[in-house]
Design a protein around this ligand. Structure first.
Ligand code: ADP
Ligand code: MG
Length: 332
């Protein structure tokens, strides 16, 4: 049987580094896709990617995905290891999602791979399986946002996700705004300070309990200035996400833009996941007429910035639209 699987990328409008402590995020699945085409069956998974020189060739009974090389094969190996009964598959991977740029090419690859290998179940289970796959195979302790956005996207909507209850609430994007993404620099999250941030949040939670429930006053009692700053970002960012969703629903795009800028400043100053190049890109966007707000997006340390704008305000960058989640079709 020939299959085609299509998995979108995602851009996060607000709420970065809040998912792994059960906070709130507001991303959308975007019209850039990872596509897997191929034939189901056989005893192995064999894939080549237009983005990689080395193809992968993996058995179905692998139990140590972290030992697999090259790096890109780990993501698929993790999916194989987490699936209860994966099918063999032979095919190709291609993508219009820039790789290593904060638009979640990694989760798109995982979700596409799981569907190609026969996963059949609810969007949340697919997302959780792929999150486990990434954590296990690459060691990156990433949250659920990317995978859940890619499996649960709704055309025309951003997704307000409560990463504790895992409830996804689609919020319609106003017709008279554009979401524009600008590429700044490539980076790789595996081996970055991402894992340090997760550990720092865990230290904060040892002192004040779950950050999703903590107040600013409670966080201010943390002695260590670095841990306090990280926690302050998370607590204020969670609040900004809820306010942003409210502003978007009420059509108050100026307010939504201000919240994006506040989020960027918090990621820059408190969470320290921005870079000078991203700060510059945001500053340039922020002073452009017709831009409501801009911020870095995704895990950080490079990647992309995102802006909310009046239609046609920006000449450079990708105007992205919100699309449905990943899907699989029989290719005749
Ligand atoms: P992001 O998810 O923001 O793009 P990550 O650092 O999380 O960045 O993941 C990027 C990695 O995912 C790449 O280094 C590569 O190993 C893998 N990857 C993603 N998309 C593809 C693809 N189409 N083909 C091969 N590998 C891919
Ligand atoms: Mg990723």
């Amino acid at each position: 049987m020939n299959l085609q699987v299509v998995a979108p990328g995602r851009v996060n409008l607000i709420g970065d580094h809040t998912d792994y402590t059960g906070g709130s995020v507001m991303p959308l699945a975007i019209d850039r896709y990872t596509v897997i085409n191929g034939v189901v069956g056989g005893p192995r998974v064999q894939l080549s990617s237009t983005a990689e020189r080395q193809p992968l060739d993996l058995p179905l009974d692998l139990t140590h995905p972290e030992a697999v090389t090259p790096l890109w094969a780990k993501y698929v190996a993790g999916v194989i290891a987490e699936m209860s009964n994966p099918s063999g598959f032979r095919g190709t991977v291609s993508s219009t999602i820039p790789i290593g740029a904060g638009l979640s090419s990694s989760a798109a690859l995982e979700v596409a791979a799981a569907l190609a290998l026969g996963f059949d179940g609810p969007a949340l289970e697919l997302a959780q399986l792929c999150q486990r796959a990434e954590n296990r195979a690459t060691g990156l302790p990433s949250g659920i946002m990317d995978q859940l956005t890619i499996t649960s996207g709704v055309a025309g909507h951003a997704l307000l996700i409560d990463c504790s209850s895992l409830i996804v609430s689609p919020v319609a994007l106003p017709a008279d705004v554009e979401v524009v993404v600008r590429f700044v620099t490539q980076r790789r999250l595996v081996g970055s300070a991402y894992a340090d941030r997760v550990a720092e949040c865990a230290l904060a939670e040892r002192e004040v309990g779950p950050l999703r429930l903590a107040t600013v006053d409670e966080v201010n009692t943390i002695d260590d200035p670095i841990i306090r700053a990280r926690a302050l970002h998370v607590v204020t960012e969670n609040r900004r996400v809820i306010e942003f969703a409210g502003a978007l629903s009420a059509g108050d795009i100026d307010e939504a833009g201000q919240l994006m800028l506040a989020s960027h400043n918090s990621l820059r100053d408190l969470y320290e996941t921005s870079t000078p190049a991203m700060d510059n890109a945001v500053a340039r966007l922020q002073e452009t007429p017709g831009v409501y707000g801009a911020r870095m997006t995704g895990g950080g340390f490079g990647g992309c910035v995102v802006a909310l704008t009046q239609p046609g305000a920006l000449q450079n960058g990708w105007v992205v639209t919100a699309v449905d989640g990943a899907s699989v079709s029989v290719d005749s």
